[in-house]
Design a protein around this ligand. Structure first.
Ligand code: GRF
Length: 187
């Protein structure tokens, strides 16, 4: 199998990045993680790039037109697929256009419910019966691209924000790799 050169964008903890790295080391997994981009120099996730000797770069998201630098690096590392894994910035339209249907994101709710930030507190406030995570294509509207995969769990009356986060992330570690396998199944 020819693996797709993939870039993972992160901003923080990087547990999804770590999970994707683990899966990508499997011979049959369709992607190779060839580059990690972080907008945050202190992102814990960068540690995983270092540990597994994956090239990584920092992008200063305060600088205008930083998409030029991003695009140059995507070209340099021959990137054909992008995973957003806890990346807290909006991807510019130029990049979305260039990588149309080749950028996916993981979101900690059952989209279209609870787009944006602070999902866990909103899920609890609205007394949802169930929640979960969504892997979706990225388009120019926030958290609105087509869904590739969702994982659902039922909330418990004792759930609080930390427990919902824990349960959601557990689902994410299944959903993200499964979504990638689903995308490349017939290619
Ligand atoms: C995940 O919960 C993801 O759904 C959201 O950001 C979080 C990133 O976590 N977009 P991590 O950095 O992968 O641990």
């Amino acid at each position: 199998m020819v693996k797709k050169n993939t870039c993972v964008f992160i901003s923080g903890k990087g547990s999804n990045l770590k999970n994707l790295i683990t899966h990508s080391r499997n011979y049959n997994f369709p992607i190779r993680i060839s580059l990690v981009i972080s907008n945050n120099k202190d992102a814990n996730g960068v540690m995983y790039a270092k540990k597994y000797k994956i090239p990584y770069i920092f992008i200063n998201s305060k600088i205008k037109n930083n998409d030029k630098e991003i695009l140059l690096n995507l070209k340099k590392y021959k990137i054909s697929f992008i995973c957003l894994a806890g990346y807290m910035k909006i991807i510019s339209y130029k990049i979305i256009q260039k990588y149309q249907n080749r950028i996916i994101n993981i979101h900690p709710s059952l989209l279209p419910k609870f787009k944006g930030l602070n999902t866990f507190s909103r899920v609890l406030k609205d007394k949802e019966k169930k929640t979960g995570c969504t892997v979706h294509y990225v388009n120019k509207q926030l958290d609105s691209g087509n869904t590739i995969m969702q994982k659902v769990f039922f909330l418990d009356p004792n759930d609080d924000e930390p427990s919902v986060k824990l349960k959601t992330q557990k689902m994410e570690y299944k959903a993200f790799p499964e979504a990638i396998i689903k995308i490349f199944r017939y290619i």
